[in-house]
Design a protein around this ligand. Structure first.
Ligand code: GCU
Length: 663
């Protein structure tokens, strides 16, 4: 059945002439590398892939012959192979068609067996996407060293903000029963170069650090290890009190420090390559160093000290906001920027892509580029908490690209300013892993764009479509175009023109711009849009919260003035009268309505275009996507009509001429 379980590793039979080509290019596998579990994983994947696509698995042979796939490490490569090994680093690879001792072969070369694994997957990707395998010449080195999934999975298998079933981690049966699916999970990550997974929710329970759970985590680490995926854990800051029986979790208390050191040693005995801790502290009610009058740096450094002897890393999250702050968007910068230079070398401060919370569109977070003495991580959300869950078809590649390539004006892009990229996973026990077929593409895009932030989202989408739905160019490109349109569509029908956080309380699914009575003011949609009779938008300019001044001067200047702020961010930074003149010539009110309408129209067009693809897609997946698009079309109208009706009730303005009445 075409249920999507195989993700992009489908390896379906190729048709001529690609079939003949593959058969001549993969006659045998030759190893110029010592045996290792990772190398065996690479070989097994190559054999599985070629068997699927060409009908017969290439055997391992000792000598080079025409049509060999030659996997080579430095010092082992046969004469005639010349590679700049050092430039590949620990993870990069080379794919090259060459003639060796008079034989045409394909070289997969790397400095480590993990590089060979990534190179093998790259070769399989080339085969699946229809590349000319006789003319390969590719060199790829990841630009950011740590590329992690963050699972917000609770120990009871509920996934916070998860829309794809339950947690994959079957804590009850682990460590003795090890589901084969864990291997498929690790393969999928390895195919993208994802090299770490934080297993448990940032809203962590201390239990995950107890001996029984560590044994379970170690069993997962054993499965993931050959595939180059390290296990990390979210650590609860109050664990010394909760588990250790100590009276305090004060990071400066010697007994607390000793407790964490012993805990780290215990973890590394079980998981020698443990990645480290991810920590959400003094954020949304979680415990942290400020409970004891200490700083974020004190807390992070204490954990860093415990991990440093073992080579571990602390990812300390900067997602903080307090009810008293006058602008929620400004607080993380105000709290963390002064700590620049105070963190231990093995601390990485993990910052969400934008200053609020994974909205359909946000400007990049002002901390990127602004803490030159502190390694930062970029946290993206793959699960679509604020973008219609796994129900709405929204491709995140363009969103990721927008933030990765954003110019911080501190001399670097966002991607250039980070040492790590984390993605909040959208993976669960659903047969298709991600809740919908198209949400797999968001996992894929995350991994590929984290590996190479310079990639164009459209090119990554094209690869994914070729490996999943169809490699036939016309249909493939039609699907890619539909995916490309989907992100702007959701911005339009939910939160156009820089509006944000209009979603219903708690669940964050449907529209609720009218809500103004929550226990914390900075959770109310009215706090964010500030609509009144006289205008709409959050003034973060010099006249308002001044948050725009957190950006580099050139940006602060252009975004500080409505005339030079792009329409996409207008109401993020400015509160403007309803009749403010927009570049389109419309008033702000008319533009707002036009954008909501455009969002609905785009979803309708996506549905029409998908319907036309019926002959190209297997019936099961075509029908599944169709059903979701039907819901999305209905809910885009729900969003538009609810928001326009509400804003109209506030502005008192009639609908602009030519606007269709709500359906
Ligand atoms: C959001 C999300 C929470 C999550 C939090 C975080 O607020 O709604 O579920 O815990 O982000 O990132 O810590």
């Amino acid at each position: 059945a075409e249920d999507g379980y195989e993700l992009w590793l489908r390896y379906r039979p190729l048709a001529a002439p690609a079939l003949a080509q593959l058969q001549t290019q993969a006659r045998r596998i030759v190893l110029a590398a010592p045996d290792s579990p990772t190398l065996r994983a690479a070989v097994a994947e190559l054999q599985r892939g070629v068997a699927g696509m060409a009908g017969r698995a290439p055997a391992l042979r000792g000598s080079v012959a025409p049509g060999a796939l030659l996997l080579a490490l430095p010092g082992r490569a046969p004469a005639g192979v010349s590679v700049d090994w050092a430039a590949l680093g620990p993870e990069g690879y080379v794919l090259r068609s060459l003639v060796l001792q008079g034989r045409r072969v394909t070289l997969i070369a790397a400095s480590t067996d993990r590089g060979l694994l990534y190179g093998s997957f790259a070769w399989l990707r080339a085969a699946q996407t229809g590349a000319d395998l006789s003319r390969l010449n590719e060199r790829s080195v990841p630009k950011v060293g740590l590329r992690l999934l963050n699972h917000w999975d609770n120990l009871d298998r509920h996934v916070e903000r998860g829309y794809a079933g339950a947690s994959l981690w079957d804590w009850w049966r682990l460590p003795d029963i090890v589901d084969a699916r864990y291997t498929d999970y690790a393969r999928a990550n390895a195919s993208l170069g994802i090299n770490g997974a934080v297993l448990n929710n940032v809203n962590a329970k201390a239990d995950s650090l107890t001996a029984p759970y560590l044994a379970k985590a170690a069993a997962l680490a054993d499965v993931f290890r050959p595939w180059g995926v390290k296990v990390w854990l979210s650590a609860r800051f109050s664990a010394p009190r909760e588990l250790g029986g100590l009276k305090t979790s004060d990071p400066l208390d010697p007994a607390v420090r000793a407790w964490w050191q012993a805990k780290a040693a215990e973890i590394y005995r079980l998981i020698p390559d443990f990645g480290g801790f991810l920590v959400k502290a003094n954020s949304e009610g979680q415990p942290g160093p400020q409970d004891y009058g200490r700083s974020h740096a004190d807390g992070a450094n204490m954990l860093a000290e415990a991990l440093s002897a073992h080579g571990g890393v602390v990812m300390w999250r900067a997602f903080v906001y307090a009810p008293e702050a006058k602008d929620r968007a400004a607080q993380a910068f105000d709290d963390f920027k002064p700590l620049d230079g105070q963190f231990a070398p093995n601390v990485i401060v993990q910052v969400k892509n934008g200053p609020i919370d994974f909205q359909p569109r946000e400007p990049f977070h002002p901390l990127f580029g602004a803490m030159p003495k502190t390694p930062l991580a970029l946290e993206l959300q793959i699960t679509k908490e604020y973008l219609g869950f796994s129900t709405h078809l929204v491709h995140l590649g363009p969103l990721f690209e927008e933030v990765l390539k954003a110019d911080t004006h501190h001399g670097t892009t966002v991607a250039g300013a980070v040492k790590a990229i984390a993605g909040v996973a959208n993976i669960g026990t659903d047969r298709n892993w991600s809740g919908s077929q198209f949400d797999q593409a968001n996992w894929y895009a995350f991994g590929r764009q984290a590996w190479d932030p310079d990639l164009a989202a459209a090119d990554v989408a094209r690869e994914w479509v070729a490996q999943t739905f169809t490699a036939r160019p016309a249909a493939r490109d039609a699907i890619v175009a539909l995916m490309a349109d989907s992100r702007e569509a959701v911005v339009d029908y939910m939160t156009p023109l820089g509006l944000h956080h209009l979603m219903g309380t708690g669940h964050h699914y449907g529209p609720a711009p009218w809500v103004d009575n929550l226990e914390r003011a900075d959770w109310n949609p009215t706090y964010f849009h500030r609509a009144s009779r006289s205008g709409i938008g959050f003034d973060r300019s010099a006249r308002g919260s001044k948050a725009v001044a957190q950006y580099a001067p050139a940006l602060a200047r252009s975004w500080g003035d409505p005339r030079t702020t792009p329409p996409e961010l207008l109401l993020w930074f400015h509160h403007l009268p309803w009749d403010h003149a927009m570049p389109s010539g419309r008033t702000l009110w008319a533009e707002l309505v036009a954008r909501y309408d455009r969002g609905v129209a785009t979803v309708d067009s996506m549905a029409r275009r998908w319907a036309a693809l019926k002959p190209d897609i297997d019936p099961q997946r075509h029908a599944e996507v169709t059903a979701y698009l039907t819901v999305q079309a209905r809910e885009a109208r729900w969003w538009r009509d609810a928001c326009i009706a509400y804003f109209q009730s506030v502005s008192g303005l009639p609908l602009p001429a030519g606007t269709r009445p709500p359906e």
